[in-house]
Design a protein around this ligand. Sequence first.
Ligand code: SF4
Length: 698
Amino acid sequence: AHQQADKTIDSVCPYCGVGCQLTYHVKDNTILRVEGQNGPANAGRLCVKGRYGFDYVHHEQRLTHPLIRREGVPKNPVDLLNTEQVHTAFRQASWEEALALVASKLKQIKTTHGGNALAGFGSAKGSNEEAYLFQKLVRTGFGTNNVDHCTRLCHASSVAALLEGIGSGAVSNPLMDVDQAEVIFVIGANPTVNHPVGATWIKNAVKKGAKLIVADPRRSDLARHATHFLQFKADSDVALLNALLHVIIDENLINTEFIKTRTEGFDALKANVATCTPEAMAPICGIPASELRAVARLYAKSKSAMILWGMGISQHTHGTDNARCLISLALITGQIGRPGTGLHPLRGQNNVQGASDAGLIPMMYPDYQPVGNTEAQRRFETLWNTPLSSTPGLTVVETMQAILAGTVKGMYILGENPAMSDPDLNHARKALAALDFLVVQDIFLTETATLADVVLPASAFPEKTGTFTNTDRLVQLGQQAIDPPGLARQDLWIIQSIAQGLGLSWNYQTVEDVFDEMRRAMHSIEGITWQRLQREHAVVYPCLHEGDAGQAVVFTEEFPTHSGKARLVPAQYRGAAEKPDVEFPFVLITGRQLEHWHTGSMTRRASVLDAIEPEPTALFNPSDLNSLNIQPGDKVSLRSRRGEITIFARADSCTPQGNVFVPFCYAEAAINKLTHAALDPHGKIPEFKYCAIAVHKN
Ligand code: SF4
């Protein structure tokens, strides 16, 4: 029987970008249960993570005191500390002592080596206000633009292509618009696992008659509902998409009026795909020419067609090219700017959209004002009353390289776990361990925190109030339901304390104070007041004045580019940076699984989720298991040119022959030891979706 709650608090799910609204049922500062709220993105629905992934907040391993590394204890990037070893490696400290040490070390590095010797990683798990203050601290207090977060490992290439093509990195239409689409094209995404409530809207639309095209190297659950399922080869996205573009142009299925009045660059695109016939592309992408033609016709001829994509598109060295092709598909057919059409890169973390909007990226101030643009720089210098650097900062992977090159010497990491999430982890961990000073702010002693000099205990999602922006550009209010444990503090308080320690005269009293400043900094949310959020709980941007309802579907008249027109950008097929060979014959694809979230720091400490998926598994096509003489459940070694792990084998007919799929949330089998750090040249995103590995039975 349900225990009776003392109170109920409405908030937002901390996990994926769908942004489901929920209610915490609380008794004696303990969350008893969670139920779905009637939010605009979920209408009462929750997936297993949202419903059961909450008791991590009460886990015994929560950090409750600031920690300082004991004198002389070395940082070991190979054998990270376990929880027991922490007691000998770190000592508890007061906030005064920990904050004083952080301030003096950061100041010392800045004075000796300059602001660019410092860097900060913020987090898409934090609120908009935390992201905004964090990037402001790095830009004004550290004196550098070296600030980034996990968007770099997520949709950076999509955003690069979207900004270049249509002038805005966010979605054009909300996910719920699938309800109005005649055709839904899902590529490089597994929404049933990664955006589960979003997937239910897609399935509902199909039930009502929408045609679904699913394209992915792995067969997903959604493929069962598809009119066409294209199981293409893992690095051949551009070949597949160029074939679709070729058919649409060749068969004159284009929207001539839209191309003429609202786009630029059609002739170059047409010339680029002239030779990309379905027959020429079929051997590269592995999809029969007849199927490519059928899909191109279905998409182009429909009254309304919507494209949704995920990390399968973005996490490649050709991620920007992949997204460019998707943008071209929508533009040459005029499938954008109306309900049920458009481009929807499915956001991963619940606030990756908001953190990016708030300027947690090295080359953009808040609201995507470019660093290096004099007008933007003057504007923020005036608002923040501080001179700013005009040089764009380092991205996530570049920061790791800079540490090993000796140019970055001190870091502040809030809520990110690069010792699990970065590619080529042995290299990344070596870099983190090489820092002169690392301060980590988190709720658990993450793998990254074990390499820190100072660890600051932060607040978990239900322990603070703030705004979060979901994949639909909906700004939603998350509200504090319980108090943080022990001496753990609100993240905003910690950021502000570090800023004050560096000599900045910040004095934000409330979250609302920070949000008000954000409204002054960001034109797109000017119309969203705190009172309105308290009243309405969710407001979509762009929202330009207080009476503005916000615009859920954008680009109805023009694109936010200089000319008002969209730009068609051709792309050529290049393939992956590292191909299988005799020594490393398998293709490794990494990703997530339904029950666990990113590096697992929260969900692996959520009792129900951990009980469902307690151990690391690598998914193999059954025929590969047969030929390797491996039984499901056997331990196997996976090895790449960069590292090796041991993991349990699982049979999975959805994974194609010659490929291995591994979730990246298991510290004991950290798959990113194997992944390749080669970057997309535009989005600077690493190629998590493709590298060559060898498999051996243990
Ligand atoms: Fe949370 Fe996403 Fe699940 Fe909704 S679909 S409950 S936002 S994890």
